[in-house]
Design a protein around this ligand. Structure first.
Ligand code: AMP
Length: 616
């Protein structure tokens, strides 16, 4: 593992005081440490440094942390180290709000368990054929990473039992409860053995989360990332919202679009330093990696080359870049977001040195939007949104550079032989001298076209699953009021029937949570929901994919089969699910085809609960 301190030299900033622990000092078992090394992690993130020792001691834990802080490893590494896994038992249960997160967390845990061959991790989420999950569960499921609704389903069917669980983790508890999973979570927790270790991670602490903590966490330790405030006045801070798979392309364009002298690019792992550096080099940039994998002398040489202007760009991990003090660095790019505000401030402090002004650019993927707000709060400065430079802007810069090079040759190079070729070609081809010069320019720019064709990178969806940026003011705004069609359904929408209602203690939140979670769709597109005593209706866009509808037809809500299906005038809800005493509905009286809910229209106790969910 990387030794975390560089020996003193002129490039080290002595004021850097952040304590850097190593993974070795935390007490993880060797198999898990091996996986950590293989993942290329250099040092524990702050939440890991705080959570790992507590969980290793068997304590319950409350972690205040959001996505991107390294919280998955913060609970997975110590629990994998501590738990005695037995062949067929489910010993670790992780609850996540969305299907995407459960897949992602399961993959991460499987990666951390790569040297523990007996440990099988199974993600269990709505939207996947349940029989596929039965098979996986039958084989062996030592670790289950589940969304609450589907887990309840399995518990009812007996395909999962929780009586041997040694530790349970609630991941993104605020999101989970916000999606209406409160009761499901309580039901699940009531089935976990009393003495099981418990951990709860949440970015915010709303009332429901506090209730769960009160009732189910027992005595616990806390791991919180302090949001110290610092000012960085001489640094212009910008962020770029970008999809993960577009990051490399975006980086290349940012580098071309910015006027910079020296640039420091931060990534998370040692592997990423070489990957990003190699890919930039292939695109013609003057770049080198800097990580703990490199010998000390090589690291110093790289920093010196950057200092002397022999190198323009360095791609570094936090540890390797600690204390770098190079005045020439005009730009810091956070290609991978830092885990916390403190390391953000340290990173960007590598620019704007010696009283100069600097630039900090932060790449943010949709899932990481919350961290942006946290950073803004801590630095007490807004971070401006930036747009990628357009093909025209890049073209203008390339032309300007090209002209500079021509100017340089005009002043310094001996051009006599080239002038001879030009004259000769002009005569032989019978062309105009301007035409020949233009053709020569055209040839000269082939490797780096002066008029590049650039694909437009799509703007990320604001609400990707796992994105917790719902209170972000740049997040998607609530939908506009929609027009209502003749049948009382919003234009462009169809109404669907659900065999659960108030008597099943179902709320609109439960319905949104179930639909968004099961089908992995944005809650913003879910239309009006009407709750009746024994059933409910929900409106969905009329272009909703059949595959989504198929998934929803198997959905359960609060453990009840929702019997989701399209409502048409020809397909009334089953009688036993309809209104008491009404055997048959005339067309006007059919509740699903009326503008007003049936009860309201008929003077029965009025009840209409319609909510719009567009705030994510
Ligand atoms: P999470 O907050 O769990 O979603 O993790 C965010 C990202 O950070 C994931 O891509 C992890 O692989 C990565 N990560 C977690 N811990 C570390 C670490 N100590 N060093 C470098 N990367 C890490």
């Amino acid at each position: 593992m990387e030794n975390s301190t560089l020996p003193e030299n002129e490039n080290i900033d002595e004021t850097f005081t952040n304590e850097v622990e190593s993974f070795e000092s935390l007490g993880l078992i060797p198999e898990v440490l091996e996986a950590v090394h293989a993942a290329g992690y250099e040092t524990p993130s702050p939440i890991q440094a705080k959570a790992i020792p507590a969980l290793l001691q068997g304590k319950n834990l409350l972690g205040t942390a959001q996505t991107g802080t390294g919280k998955t490893a913060a609970f997975a590494l110590p629990l994998l180290s501590r738990i005695e896994f037995n062949a067929r038992e489910t010993s670790l249960l992780v609850l996540t709000p969305t299907r995407e997160l459960s897949i992602q967390v399961a993959e991460a845990i499987q990666q951390y368990a790569m040297k523990l061959p007996k440990v099988h991790v199974v993600p269990v989420y709505g939207g996947q054929d349940i029989s596929v999950q039965f098979k996986a569960l039958k084989r062996s499921a030592n670790v289950i990473v589940a969304t609450p609704g589907r887990l309840i389903d399995h518990l009812k069917r007996g395909s999962i039992t929780l009586d041997k669980v040694q530790a349970v983790v609630l991941d993104e508890a605020d999101e989970m409860l916000d999606m209406g999973f409160m009761e499901d979570v309580e039901t699940i927790l009531s089935k976990i053995p009393e003495n099981a270790q418990r951990a709860l991670f949440s970015a915010t602490m709303p009332k429901e989360v506090l209730e769960i903590i009160d009732e189910h966490l027992g005595e616990y330790s806390e791991a919180r990332i302090e949001g110290k405030t610092t000012t960085v006045e001489n640094i212009r801070q910008r962020f770029l919202l970008v999809k993960s798979h577009d990051k490399m392309e975006a980086l290349a364009r940012v580098i071309e679009g910015e006027d910079f002298d020296g640039m420091l690019i931060f990534v998370r792992t040692k592997q990423a330093t070489s990957e990003v550096s190699e890919r930039l080099e292939a695109r013609g940039f003057n770049v080198a990696p800097l990580s703990g994998d490199l010998a000390q002398t090589l690291r110093e040489r790289t920093i010196n080359r950057l200092k002397m202007g022999k190198l323009d760009i360095v791609v570094a991990t936090d540890v390797a870049a600690r204390g770098i003090d190079v005045d020439r660095i005009t730009h810091v790019v956070n290609y991978d977001i830092p885990y916390d505000t403190e390391s953000y401030v340290h990173r960007i402090g590598r620019t704007g040195r010696a009283g100069r002004s600097g630039n900090a650019i932060l790449f943010i993927t949709p899932r990481e939007r919350r961290l942006l707000k946290t950073i803004e709060k801590a630095t007490r400065q807004p971070i401006e949104a930036m747009a990628l430079p357009s093909a025209e802007q890049i073209s203008a810069k390339r032309i300007a550079n090209f002209q500079k090079k021509i100017q340089d040759k005009l002043t310094h190079a001996d051009l006599s032989k080239f002038r001879e070729i030009l004259m000769k070609t002009t005569v032989e081809l019978g062309s105009d001298i301007e035409e020949v010069a233009a053709a020569a320019l055209c040839l000269a720019q082939e490797r780096e076209p002066l008029f590049p064709k650039m694909e437009t990178l799509s703007t990320p969806k604001v609400r990707d699953h796992g994105d917790s940026g719902k209170d972000d003011d740049t997040a998607e705004k609530p939908r506009k009021e929609r027009k209502e069609g003749a049948n009382g359904v919003e234009e462009g929408y169809l109404r669907y029937y659900l065999a659960v209602g108030r008597r099943d203690h179902v709320s609109p939140r439960d319905i949104v949570g179930a639909i968004a979670g099961e089908a992995d769709i944005s809650s913003a597109i879910i239309g009006r929901i009407k709750l009746f005593d024994k059933f409910s209706t929900v409106e969905l866009p009329d272009n909703t994919d059949q595959s989504v509808l198929d998934i929803l037809s198997e959905m359960t809500i609060r453990g009840n089969d929702a019997k989701f299906r399209l409502m048409t005038d020809d397909a009334p809800p089953p009688k036993d699910r309809g209104f008491k005493g009404k055997k048959k509905f005339s067309k006007e009286k059919r509740p699903w085809s009326k503008e007003k809910p049936f009860r309201e229209a008929h003077g029965d106790k009025p009840f209409r609960k319609t909510r719009r969910f567009g705030r994510f």
